[in-house]
Design a protein around this ligand. Sequence first.
Ligand SMILES: *Cc1c(COP(=O)(O)O)cnc(C)c1O
Length: 376
Amino acid sequence: MKKIQMVDLSAQYEKIKPSIDKAILEVIGNAHFINGPEVTSFQKDLEEYLNVKHVIPCANGTDALQIAMMALGLKPGDEVITPSFTYIATTEVIALLGLTPVFVEVDKETFCIDVNEIEKAITPNTKAIVPVHLYGQAANMNAIMEIAAKHNLFVVEDNAQAIGSDYHLTNGSVVKTGTIGHIGCTSFFPSKNLGCYGDGGAIFTNDSELAQKIKMIANHGQSVKYHHDVVGCNSRLDTIQAAVLRIKLRQLDNYIDARRAVADYYDAFFGTMKGVKIPFRADDSKHVFHQYTLVFEGHNRDGLNEYLATKEVPSMIYYPIPAHRQKMFASFGSADTQLPATDWLTERVISLPIHTEMQEEQLEYITNCVAEFLNN
Ligand SMILES: *Cc1c(COP(=O)(O)O)cnc(C)c1O
């Protein structure tokens, strides 16, 4: 059996090697390393795939979130509502910009922000909500957009783990996650569902005015060369990465299907097991399984994590410390925030290997190893 990895990027590459190699060599041959034609082509391809008016490629997902938040014109002290149960980047950029992160509880079923807790956290200083579509499961965007409209708040979706997910709006239309809020952000980190061969990210919006601002901010605040109107940053997607992403975008739906097939296998195995909760799949969205994350109740989660390592089965705890308990945010007094569901999940979640190239014998082995541990 092939060695099991959380993500097997080399096996994925092998299947598209000729086209990837050709595309990379073309960029090297043309030497258009920065802002080459592939960047614009990829931008257009992604706009079409997502059915969104504007895609602005940038250097990574963290930059995408930072630039999105800069474009909203918020001022120091403004509050931004966000889950604590997420990757640190979501919350870090809020503090970096001098804004105040306000951590809100997540739903134990969906792992995403608990929409029943959002309104309690709204104050006169609240300016934005940043939901995260964690592990590939969309947050309850219908409810979030309703709350945002009622309180006149911006919504920035952290779509780094859910690109390609379909979402059913209450008006009956089906849209992609990341295109529902005022701005959507994603990462092309290699292990993401749409990953490049280095760093990359993108920002999406249907608002042309915001798109203009975002473009300027990502490009040193300039709209005309050497005329810098606002303080911006330097955040570009490399041409080589854009060339890779153009090819991989054509595979994205197949990649999502492959991930969902792995999730189906795991679900069938773990679905009937006592004390093991399989991932929730909301009716109104398509789970794209960036991670396959189980919740262990009444079992020794850390023991399982260690046991699997001895069996050469990798497993991960995403994330071992929630944002509100990070020292980074000590000055916000966030450790005193009561987030029992977040703490509860942090102690019980475990993510198993899931990627586009998993083999059935690997899945059989992984599930048997988990069962072995639980039965002992
Ligand atoms: C990966 C990720 C990011 C950051 O992306 P980078 O490209 O690594 O900067 C932000 N938010 C979430 C939820 C992520 O998973």
